[in-house]
Structures are given as C-alpha cells and as structure tokens.
Design a protein around this ligand. Structure first.
Ligand code: F6P
Ligand code: MG
Length: 451
C-alpha cells in the first residue's frame, strides 16, 4: 500500500489551484454571466424576472470567493442528485473556505453549485450557461475540423483498398496518428480561455499533428495497441472530456475503431450537467451533427464532413454507438471509488466499464480524478496512484495534456529537467505542469503483471 499524500489545496501558492481560485474561477463565472445576459432578452416576462434573481445567485458565488466565505451546503432536491454527497463531504471535512479548501473538491463544488441555481429555477431548468462559449469556439475551429475530416476520409479510403497482409501495420500506424490527434485535441479546453486567447487555441489545434515526441512525458501507447489488437471487435468506452474540436477528434477515433474492426461497439460517457465549462453533455453530443451540418460555419471539405455525419448516424441508429449516463462523473469522487463497496452509487457503472476491452479517459480533469488530485511524488508509478482502480477488472488508458499539478510516472530526474527548462524560458518553474504543452498516455491492462 503506497503512502497516501494530501490533496492539492487552494492555498498552495506553488500550484495552479491558487491561481484558479483568485483569478480563473471568478473570470469563468463573470464571462458566463455576460453570456447569460445575452440570452435573456426575447424570453417571457417571468423568465426575464427570474434571470435577474439567478444572476444575483451566480454573482454571490464570485463574492463568496473574494470574501473567502465558507463553502455552504448545496440545496438538496430531486433535481440535484449529488447534493447530498457533497454536503456529507463538506460536513466530514469541517469548515472549508474557498481560499484553502481541497482544489478538486472545491472546483467540482463550484460547478455543482452553479448548476443547482439553474436546475432549481422555473424557467431555466435545462439552460446551459456555457452553451454559447462551446458553440462559438467550435465554429472557430472550422479549419481544423475540415482538415481532420478530409484526413479521415482519405484514411478510410486507403484502408478499404489495402491488401489484407499489410492491414495490421497500416492499422497500427493510423491508430497511433488518431490517438495522438485525440490526445492533443485535449489541449484546447475552454476553462483555460481566460488565460489564453482564442487565437492561441486555434494555433494549438492546427499544430495537433506536429507535436514533438519530447512533449510526451509518459507514453503507454503500445499497451493501448495491445489491448485493442489482442482480439477483433469488442467494446471500447470513452469517458469524454470537452465538446467542440476535442469531441470531434474523439468521434474520428471512434469511427476509425469501428471502421477497422478494432471495436464493434463504442459506449460514450457524457456529463449529466454543464461541467468545467466545456465538458460534453448529452445535449452537446446531440448538437454536434446539427452544428456540422451548417455549411456557412463549416464551408470547407463538405464531402468529408458529410461522410463523418453519415457514419455517426448509421452507427448510432444501428446501436454500435451508444451513450451511458452516470451522475458519478459530476461528483467530486476519485475514480478509485468505482468499486463494489462504495459510498457512491457505482455498481452498474463498474459492471459496464468491465465489459469494455478498453476504457479511454480523456483529459486533465479525468486524470486528476484517476489520481485523486493528490500530491504524489512525480515518480510514483501510475498503478500505485490510481489505488483500487488498479484491481477493478477494468482495462483503461488516459489521454491527457498536462494542465494541472498532479503528474505521476515520470522517470527519475525528469521533473527537475522540466523545471529547469521552464524557468529558463518563463520564470516560474512550476508552470511546466499547467501549460498544456506536455502530455501523458498512461494505460493499465487487467491482464498485465503489475495490475
Ligand atoms: O488545470 C486547469 C484546468 O482547467 C482544471 O480546472 C481542470 O482540471 C482542467 O484543466 C480542465 O481540463 P480538461 O478539460 O482537460 O479536463
Ligand atoms: Mg474539460
């Protein structure tokens, strides 16, 4: 049993947690309120009147942060099924203030509290305060979307023409390319938009295929390949992260798995409510084809885009591409809670994940939850940092660009080198882990010796 470290907390000035609570979260909420104000005109008189009250409640969260108030209990109601769990945790941990609460817990609490304001309203129950931001940024990735669509169409054409003897090598090479695309697609989540510009995001998307391999700090890609190629067909699950361009890269990867026969069934796990600004909800998933059909917003490579749209529709209608809902993803819980005996209601989720030959977790937040957002020494083996999940009977991998402090599995001496390199360029040595410039692919196979 490894020594269990403490969680990152908001008062740790050397972690991104501190920068989040003082700068990023208030900025996220203020931007969201500004977007909400734009949606209010044109609604009914009662809805407009209610919106004024809702804005006050959102602004109260910002004020609470700036006054370093207590994390107050969430309203418990049928519409907010996780509120009880949050409240029990708050009670267990005693008095928690914004400036010093555990980072992961308080960040999840923030989005849950924000959501509860809308879910408990009369006129805005299903309103997504981040919707506009998600759509606009997706429309702004039009060039990256069109070129990836065209690349995918070429891949499929080549694959279909390939002689059987050469197929395995081709499959491996192309799968690697699309895994890397889905990985670097994660560099562009919207909760960072307050610190980097839309133009910078676009540059990151275009650069997706040209990343130097020295940016990969852990690369278990071969284990992913072995898990997928060990048998034909089977199920692959995606615990999704962000909507927009990242989701599009995920969709392309899913379609390739189905087209190549590396999977015959894909299950995707969206969030049950708006989350960390850009995470995919079911509504975002449904809205994706609608947005792609807009020829004004996506004018280039229409044939390739239509090709993808038809494939998604066909796989969904024939049951090869399905959604699985769980409220668990919007709790604060680390993923080692996905076990038989758990305070969280995860028994059916666990048995679903066990059915997959590979579960792919996308992104930074999923990585934080896999490792509990604890202050693990960075050389800790991944298998130790995920605790019980390493004995859950689930084979899983995470594709994550590093945007927060927790990182495990680094070779001895690597962290020191990164700090040195980063301080020469940018000043603060800790920031190498917040930049999104580095990435990890970690994988644990249930049939491997270290599982
Ligand atoms: O660390 C920055 C951050 O915005 C965190 O708030 C959050 O964990 C994460 O990145 C969101 O990133 P992703 O969309 O990759 O999970
Ligand atoms: Mg996200």
């Amino acid at each position: 049993m490894p020594h269990i470290p403490k969680p990152y907390r908001n008062n740790d000035k050397h972690s991104f947690a501190h920068a989040s609570v003082v700068q990023r979260w208030p900025a996220i909420l203020n931007t969201a309120v500004a977007d909400f104000r734009c949606d209010v005109p044109g609604t009914s008189e009662n809805a407009r009147a209610e919106a004024v009250q809702l804005i006050k409640q959102v602004e109260e969260i910002v004020r609470d942060m700036s006054k370093d108030a207590l994390l107050i209990p969430l309203k418990e109601a049928i519409e907010c099924p996780n509120a009880r769990l949050y409240n029990e945790e708050l009670k267990k941990l005693g008095t928690l203030r914004w400036s010093s609460a555990p980072w992961l817990l308080s960040e999840c609490y923030l989005y849950s509290r924000l959501n509860s304001i809308f879910k408990l309203s009369t006129h805005w129950r299903t309103y997504d305060i981040f919707r506009q931001a998600k759509c606009n940024t997706f429309y702004n990735s039009s060039d990256a979307v069109s070129s990836l669509a065209s690349r995918f169409q070429t891949i499929v054409k080549n694959l279909r023409e390939q002689p059987a003897t050469q197929k395995p090598q081709v499959l491996k090479k192309v799968l690697h390319e699309l895994i890397m695309t889905a990985l670097w697609g994660n560099a562009t989540d919207l909760s960072l938009l307050v610190t980097i510009s839309l133009e910078e995001i676009k540059k990151l998307q275009v650069a997706v295929n040209h990343r130097e391999s020295d940016k990969m700090l852990v690369d278990d890609w071969e284990s992913i390949w072995e898990s997928l190629s060990a048998m034909k067909g089977g199920r692959v699950d995606f615990v999704l992260d962000n909507s927009g361009f990242e989701l599009f890269t995920d969709v392309v990867l899913m379609l390739f798995l189905l087209e190549s026969g590396l999977a015959d069934h894909i299950v995707i796990h969206p969030k049950s409510e708006p989350w960390f600004v850009s995470d995919v909800t079911e509504a975002d998933w449904r809205h994706l084809p609608e947005m792609l059909q807009d020829t004004g917003k996506f004018p280039k490579n229409r044939e390739a885009i239509e090709f993808i749209l038809r494939a998604v529709e066909k796989h969904e209608s024939e049951g090869r591409l399905k959604l699985y809902y769980s409220e668990f993803w919007t709790t604060y819980a680390p993923f080692w809670e996905i076990k038989e005996e758990s305070a969280f209601n995860v028994q059916s989720l666990l048995s679903e994940l066990q059915k997959a030959k590979l579960v792919i977790f996308k992104g930074d937040l999923n990585y934080r939850k896999l490792t509990g957002d604890l202050m693990w020494p960075r050389t800790t083996p991944f298998v130790d940092a995920v605790l019980d999940l390493a004995h859950s009977g689930v084979t899983f991998a995470v594709l994550r660009t590093i945007k927060s402090d927790v990182v495990v599995g680094l070779p001895e001496g690597k962290e020191e080198l990164l700090k040195k390199e980063y301080s020469q360029k940018n000043g603060n040595p800790a920031e190498w882990a917040w930049s999104g410039a580095y990435a990890v692919i970690s994988c644990l196979r249930k049939d491997s010796s270290n599982y």
